[in-house]
Write a protein that binds this ligand. Structure first.
Ligand SMILES: C[S@@+](CC[C@H](N)C(=O)[O-])C[C@H]1O[C@@H](n2cnc3c(N)ncnc32)[C@H](O)[C@@H]1O
Length: 204
């Protein structure tokens, strides 16, 4: 799928879904996939975090609730304006959210201590370029945390690639590690996140 087709497919899909995305049944699963991210954040240190493909802002909302001392500055970005609208409504001044594309991040290099992306990486048209951008905006020594769907079997991944709108490529653990290594991220760690996702972490 070429870049513009992929973006249009994603925008259309998530625009249609935006007003129902926070449905309890769906969020029950999404929250469990996001859970291990919070353990990776040091809330006592002054730092900043960018959540890419923040969707309706559920991860940012939980982070802002855990951010008792307000030391962590929160930002979010998503491709789909309707998802961003929901996130802004929910978060008001707790996080600054912008509309944007992971392949062209509107942030300075070496800026964030943490960059996260949950359940979105398989939607990115050029995953190498996306991760290179993510690494670019991360500070040296900062953490890149990607949680993405992983259903154990390649055959299930191929079905998603075929039938889920905007799905570009679902990766297994080895492919994710390889992508992280290619953009120079180090100290790689991986762990299963609840049932159907894997979290990959790298240090810049
Ligand atoms: C399944 S949702 C995940 C939302 C949220 N992170 C969560 O965990 O619930 C995928 C999100 O990726 C966003 N997205 C897709 N392609 C993108 C791109 N190229 N740049 C930024 N965001 C993108 C979509 O707009 C959508 O909000």
């Amino acid at each position: 799928m070429i870049d513009t087709e992929n973006k249009t497919a994603n925008r259309d899909f998530f625009s249609r879904w935006a007003h129902r995305y926070d449905h309890r049944f769906f969020q029950f699963w999404m929250k469990r996939f996001q859970d291990p991210v919070y353990q990776e954040i040091d809330f006592t240190r002054k730092s900043s975090l960018l959540d890419i493909s923040c969707g309706t802002g559920e991860l940012l909302k939980e982070l802002s609730e855990q951010n008792k001392h307000r030391r962590l500055i929160l930002k979010g970005l998503d491709l789909t304006p309707k998802m961003v609208k929901q996130a802004r409504k929910k978060l008001s001044s707790m996080a600054k959210i912008s509309v944007g594309d992971v392949h062209h991040l509107p942030f300075k290099s070496n800026f964030f201590e943490y960059v996260t992306s949950t359940e979105a990486f398989h939607h990115y048209a050029d995953q190498h370029k996306a991760l290179k951008e993510i690494a670019r905006v991360t500070k040296p020594g900062g953490k890149v945390i990607i949680v993405d769907v992983n259903f154990f079997f390649g055959a299930i991944h191929r079905l998603f690639e075929r039938f889920e709108p905007g799905c570009q490529k679902m990766n297994n653990r080895t492919e994710m590690k390889r992508l992280f290594e290619q953009v120079g991220l180090t100290n790689l760690q991986q762990q299963r996140s609840f049932l159907f996702a894997v979290m990959t972490i790298g240090i810049k």
